[in-house]
Design a protein around this ligand. Structure first.
Ligand SMILES: O=P(O)(O)O[C@@H]1[C@@H](OP(=O)(O)O)[C@H](OP(=O)(O)O)[C@H](O)[C@H](OP(=O)(O)O)[C@H]1OP(=O)(O)O
Ligand SMILES: Nc1ncnc2c1ncn2[C@@H]1O[C@H](COP(=O)(O)OP(=O)(O)OP(=O)(O)O)[C@@H](O)[C@H]1O
Length: 492
């Protein structure tokens, strides 16, 4: 990639989130992640070149110096900041505009700084490509995988219903999504039935928590709350991978069996230790209450199902461990945030010493390590505790990318590439990464207000129901054996 000779025709729209838009190179396995800012600020672009460069460098440093250490180097690709010709970015921004989902267009690409983050295209792992078929890739944004223990929360409901499920009710009520999706505690449970159930729910209702790619192209996602999902088309894409692998060239494979095999392969990748030792995750995870009262997985069954436990080195376990490094609720953080705010009003120059906007360097790590165990009333203690909480917040908002490369080569299978050897599901080599590891801004603590709204909305809805019930789940089939309720497919 020659940065001085960039051609917008060699790049295409790949995806976007709240703060970044991603374009992929048409031939190389590279993506550029460009900052976005609110459209209303476009007359007065807030990102001066130097500031944008600093912001992206902070993302790289935070990812490589902090998150990679906690999550495991093998999962993290931090990328590098690149400087791009302004004309290239301007043309690119015009080129991709039509492909952007309408609800993301309240923000525009930063065309003024000429800075971007260059990363490998994780949906198209070129080094591992197979001659047999293009790679499949599944992106999951799992969100919070645990319930805070009751000593940390003012409302008891927070230790029974997970934040994600409470927020789902609020999102459906406010029209962000039409129906709710899965419960993250089922995915993080380590129990195979619950995990299978969770992934199936994600496929039924992906929201912004699941996307599926084939050969680097997104083939299954929900762009808007109203767009239609084509499950049959997804199955059509998946079928050849599973027929071939099961030597079922001519025989019929039902949609249900196909979907089960696909979920099985994905689950195995999520549980794989990827070269680690593979013990079962620690007591901290095992001790916690790991079922959420709002999950649609049968409550009694999840209480008694027990957990096989997450293998300690698998991607889900690494994310959960990082999320659980600070179990405090946002309510506990607010007084500490207030302490720092007040201090900075009097001593604004100390923003740098307290690393409020980074940098995420050696001194930042030392600051985290030196934090006293008890609150000594200092501003350093308060700032460090907030930084620790913000690190866990990044882990609550990251995404997992699972690239599945068919290893149709007999030799590869014999060499042990196929981690499913001997099982019925087909052989894939899986490559698992974690993305979106940006530092959260210091003032994210002010989200406390949103949190309070979510909880009070949930409680209000619950109080209108008979005692002991949990809030209803719009859009979900109310059959009593809920976990056995299958998606209805049309024949393909
Ligand atoms: O607060 P949450 O849980 O809704 O998470 C936000 C995400 O919403 P969602 O996952 O859809 O619920 C939100 O995602 P979407 O824009 O909804 O796709 C962002 O990831 C946001 O992070 P940031 O402010 O861009 O750094 C996320 O905000 P924070 O992680 O900063 O809270
Ligand atoms: N390295 C990568 N390789 C392939 N695809 C990527 C890569 N990085 C990001 N993407 C795609 O681009 C999308 C948006 O990227 P990202 O999640 O980093 O944006 P964001 O604005 O930070 O999101 P959020 O709203 O969660 O804060 C992702 O969901 C993913 O599909």
């Amino acid at each position: 990639m020659q940065l001085d000779k960039m051609d917008e025709n060699e790049w295409k729209y790949h995806g976007e989130g709240n703060k970044n838009l991603v374009v992929a190179h048409v031939k190389l396995s590279r993506v550029l992640r460009l900052l976005k800012y609110p459209a209303k600020d476009s007359e007065n672009p807030p990102q001066m070149a130097e500031r944008a460069f600093r912001q992206i460098q902070n993302i790289v440093d935070f990812s490589s110096n902090v998150m990679s250490v906690l999550l495991g180097e093998k999962f993290v690709h931090s990328g590098e900041v690149v400087k791009l010709p302004l004309e290239f970015v301007r043309r690119l921004s015009i080129k991709v505009q039509d492909e952007r989902p309408g609800w993301r267009c309240d923000k525009v690409i930063d065309i003024y700084s000429g800075c971007a983050l260059a990363l490998p295209n994780l949906t198209y792992p070129i080094l591992h490509l197979s001659a047999h078929a293009p790679p499949l890739c599944v992106e999951i944004k799992p969100k919070w995988g645990f319930l805070p223990s009751s000593k940390h929360v003012s409302k008891d409901i927070k230790s029974r219903v997970c934040r994600f499920c409470m927020y789902q009710l609020y999102k459906v009520a406010t029209g962000k999504w039409r129906k709710r999706t899965y419960c993250p505690l089922d995915l993080f449970s380590g129990n195979k039935q619950r995990m299978h159930f969770a992934i199936r729910q994600l496929i039924e209702e992906p929201q912004n928590n699941l996307k599926i790619f084939k050969g680097g192209q997104c083939i299954y996602s929900r762009k808007d709350s109203d767009d239609s999902l084509d499950l049959n088309s997804l199955l059509h894409h998946l079928r050849p991978y599973f027929l071939q692998a099961n030597n079922r060239y001519s025989c019929h494979m039902t949609n249900k069996a196909l979907l089960n095999d696909f979920i099985q392969v994905l689950m195995n990748a999520l549980l794989s230790s990827h070269g680690g030792e593979g013990g079962v995750a620690n007591d901290r995870q095992a001790e916690r209450r790991n079922y959420c009262d709002a999950s649609l997985f049968n409550r009694e069954r999840s209480r008694h199902a027990g957990s096989q436990g997450l293998p300690s080195d698998c991607v889900l376990s690494r994310i959960l461990q990082t999320q659980m490094l600070d179990m405090r609720d946002i309510e506990d953080l607010y007084p500490l945030y207030h302490r720092v705010e007040q201090h900075l009003q009097d001593f604004p120059k100390q923003r740098g010493d307290l690393h409020i906007e980074g940098p995420y360097d050696k001194e930042f790590l030392e600051m985290l390590q030196k934090c006293p165990a008890e609150d000594d009333g200092s501003v350093e203690y308060a700032a460090t505790k907030i930084h620790q909480y913000l690190i866990t917040k990044t882990a609550k908002d990251c995404s997992i990318m699972v690239a599945l490369v068919p290893s149709g080569d007999k030799e590869e299978e014999d060499e042990g590439y196929s981690w499913l050897k001997g099982s019925r599901a087909p052989p894939f080599t899986s490559l698992v990464s974690i993305l979106d590891l940006d530092p959260k801004p210091f003032d994210s603590i002010l989200q406390l207000r949103l949190d309070q709204q979510i909880v009070s909305y949930y409680l209000k809805t619950c109080s209108a129901l008979p005692e002991g019930s949990v809030a209803p789940h719009p859009g979900i089939c109310p059959c009593p054996e809920r976990e056995d309720c299958t998606v209805l497919f049309h024949p393909v």
